[in-house]
Design a protein around this ligand. Structure first.
Ligand code: GCU
Length: 453
């Protein structure tokens, strides 16, 4: 109905009574105004053509600097926290979905959770191991195996790290009760053969996931394998996008897809479950991931305010590093090698990232005032550690605008020193990896920024 009314309203400019063609007429007007109009009205009400309702990438103005998150697309400066949450947040979310990640798939009407196992004797009786299967719909809808490890003998529900893993839950711990992941996985996963987990994969990543230490420090860990949500392959979906394609007849089109958005949807489905589990504090769930999984954790936290903290570890381009960055991976490089991670629109910025109407500081700003830690490594210049610090600096004004502490450091901190302000930063020696030492830093930051029992 609103779309219908809009069509006639727009007619005055465009003389063409449908959303798609009307937007072309509108493009004759000021680009900022068109962008603002498109964001407010089109995605929600014009189901047939949200992509066509936004200005073409090539017509967006080029800006060398990271865009100010507090300036709306029509040039107005955000003047109140209410305007930030009611106008600018939705606007930024629409822009990220339109020009970069693709649409986050819709929330399923119903998710069933089945308990596969519940063992109080885990880690020598120090923790309970809960094995859940989240069924997000009938037939081929994704089944997410969520592994939850909760400390025993605590006085209340603990804060929880929700992390997406690369190689299946069974890779984190050599316990035969954990089901082998059924999801597709990269052959670089130890103990994996023909892109599938084998018994040999059990515990293959245990050194990087210090479960006993996490539990000792009073945290729970919830984790799932990205391959349960969608496989990490260009143009092959065996998860959410295959399901949406089947659902197409019901209007659930998988158009505007990007695998990172799909995985972020997976985080959200796990939060749906965790929010109902009394063994977890629903208000203290942190999203965490390494590298591509870190890009996903940040996107999930930016879009889902139930996530209380974000830990995008060495997330780099498409995550914590600026798209406008000149160090390490570029927009073109990431799109060429991993074309499925982002939507088709993002490719249009391969040679002109400065035309993006946002940068990753705006994604961090969407998390405000919640704590976010960027952790990096000196030997991982591909992820642009210095650029990541600049991203935090350029998100800081939004935190301060909302009355929260932002980034306390003015300059990049020395190696090994944690900046533990609301926007946190850490750089260590070494290479691209997630280690048990990194977990200590994650927990130090969570101790400082969360209100642990
Ligand atoms: C590649 C890619 C990075 C990504 C990383 C990973 O290096 O270029 O963007 O973060 O893989 O996910 O391991």
């Amino acid at each position: 109905m609103i779309c219908f009314v809009m069509r006639f309203w727009i007619l005055g400019f465009a003389m063409r009574p449908n959303c798609q063609t009307a937007s072309r007429g509108l493009a004759l007007l000021h680009p900022g105004f068109v962008l603002a109009l498109a964001i407010v009205f089109a995605p929600r009400f014009c189901s047939n053509s949200s992509a066509a309702s936004f200005p073409e990438a090539s017509s967006l103005p080029a800006r060398a600097e990271l865009p100010d998150p507090l300036v709306m697309s029509d040039g107005r400066r955000v003047s109140s926290p209410e305007q930030w949450s009611k106008e600018r947040r939705p606007e930024l979310k629409a822009l990220f979905e339109q020009y970069m990640y693709g649409a986050i798939p819709p929330k399923p009407t119903r998710t069933e959770s089945r308990v596969i196992g519940d063992y109080r004797d885990f880690l020598g009786g120090k923790a309970t191991l809960k094995l859940l299967r989240l069924e997000t719909g009938p037939t081929n809808a994704p089944r997410i195996d969520l592994m939850l490890i909760v400390p025993n003998g605590r006085s209340g529900p603990p804060p929880t790290f929700l992390a997406m893993n690369f190689c299946g839950n069974q890779a984190l711990c050599n316990d035969p009760r954990i089901p082998l992941s059924k999801g597709w996985m990269g052959n670089s996963c130890n103990g994996c053969s023909n892109n599938a987990a084998t018994e040999a994969s059990r515990g293959s990543q245990a050194a990087n996931w210090p479960l006993a230490e996490i539990v000792r420090r009073g945290y729970a860990l919830a984790t799932f394998h990205s391959g349960d949500v969608d496989s990490d392959r260009a143009n092959v979906s065996d998860g959410i996008y295959a399901w949406l394609a089947e659902e197409k007849k019901r209007g659930n089109s998988p158009a505007n897809r990007g695998t990172i958005a799909a995985w972020a949807w997976g985080f959200m489905r796990c939060v749906d479950y965790l929010a109902t589990d009394r063994d977890v504090d629903a208000h203290r769930i942190a999203a965490l991931g390494h590298s591509r999984n870190g890009k996903t954790a940040l996107l999930a936290a930016a879009f889902d305010e139930r996530i209380a903290m974000a830990f995008p570890h060495q997330a780099g381009c498409g995550g914590s590093a600026p798209s406008r960055g000149k160090v390490g991976e570029s927009v073109r490089a990431i799109n060429d090698r991993f074309e499925h991670w982002f939507n088709a629109e993002f490719k249009k910025f391969n040679d002109a990232p400065e035309r993006l109407p946002f940068d990753q500081n705006c994604l961090v700003a969407l998390c405000a005032p919640r704590p976010v830690l960027f952790s990096a490594a000196e030997g991982d210049q591909w992820s642009n550690p210095a650029g990541q610090f600049e991203v935090l600096r350029a998100a800081d004004p939004v935190y301060r605008f909302l009355g929260a502490e932002g980034l306390s450091a003015k300059e990049m901190s020395p190696v090994g020193k944690l900046v533990d302000s609301r926007l946190g930063y850490y750089i260590r020696e070494g290479k691209h990896s997630m280690t048990a030492e990194d977990w200590k830093v994650f927990m130090d930051f969570a101790d400082r920024q969360g209100q642990k029992e």
